[in-house]
Write a protein that binds this ligand. Sequence first.
Ligand code: NCD
Ligand code: ZN
Length: 346
Amino acid sequence: MEQLTLRRPDDWHLHLRDGAMLRAVLPETARHFARAIVMPNLVPPVVTLADAMAYRDRILAALPAGAAFDPLMTLYLTEGTDPADVAAAAASGVVKAVKLYPAGATTNSASGVRDLTKVMPVLEKMAEIGLPLCTHGEVTTPEVDIFDREAVFIDTVLAPLRRRLPELRVVMEHITTEEGAAYAAEAGDGLAATITTHHLIINRNHILAGGIRPHYYCLPVAKREKHRLALRRAATSGNPRYFLGTDSAPHVDALKEHACGCAGCFTATNTMPLLAHVFEQEAALDRLEAFASLNGPAFYRLPVNEGTIRLEKRPDPCVWPEKILSEAGPVTIFNPGFPVHWHVVA
Ligand code: NCD
Ligand code: ZN
């Protein structure tokens, strides 16, 4: 029987939502993860320090009794964001990053940024105080093919921004392409990239071949197989630039299985067994701890977690429910389509 003990992991990109959905999904993350960078794309979004403090209180109130989980809050960058509020948010210790959504790029991004020049004073303040910018790295230009939006974002938005403001610390969130992985590998110390669980497992055929599978649809959308392989090489490389951000993004089934279905894969429940499976396939089990538990805190300048998580490989497959039930409706858990023999045992 193979065993694996890791420092307790963190999730550096997570959607917890609010209300009934928050209550349903939070225990799934808190079971394995000590901390998470909590995305601010609520309706209305989490824009100010006051919004973030109130949202953090709601998260803490929704925690199951006895659970130890520290939500690391983010602010949603808008063209009206006040640099002084961002500085106060960073100083409070509650807010660990600011999130850039290009307007219209993904779920609840309508209040995002249309013109980067409008937010330069905020970005300059962030560069000065060392507060990271988390980027949803896709352009929204209708002329740009959806499968090219990440690569075009790097060339036309991210690279120019970093030339203009080299001190700005940046996280490329949920990279999905070999271009994204290569850019992160070559960038300086102030840049890192998160990689999701599902982008290590699915390519675009999984979404589209043999029938449309809405539970595999997320943004950025999964790309060709060569990109999935590049992400696997990056995640398992041990390079401190890459770390886990599940982008676990729950939507009720009624909105996923819909004529205009929502984007998002829900992986909070089974991410750790799935990652152990992937890292074993890549003969890199010894690098899983770096990816899930060490590289993230190093970039965010936080201590690593004290506790540990233990996984065990067993002959019987790991089982999880097909769905979790929220008062808002059922949410389908990401199904990798193959048996997984790694179990979280402690
Ligand atoms: C996220 C969501 O549902 O909030 N969806 C997704 O497909 N990842 C938004 C996002 O991170 O793009
Ligand atoms: Zn996300």
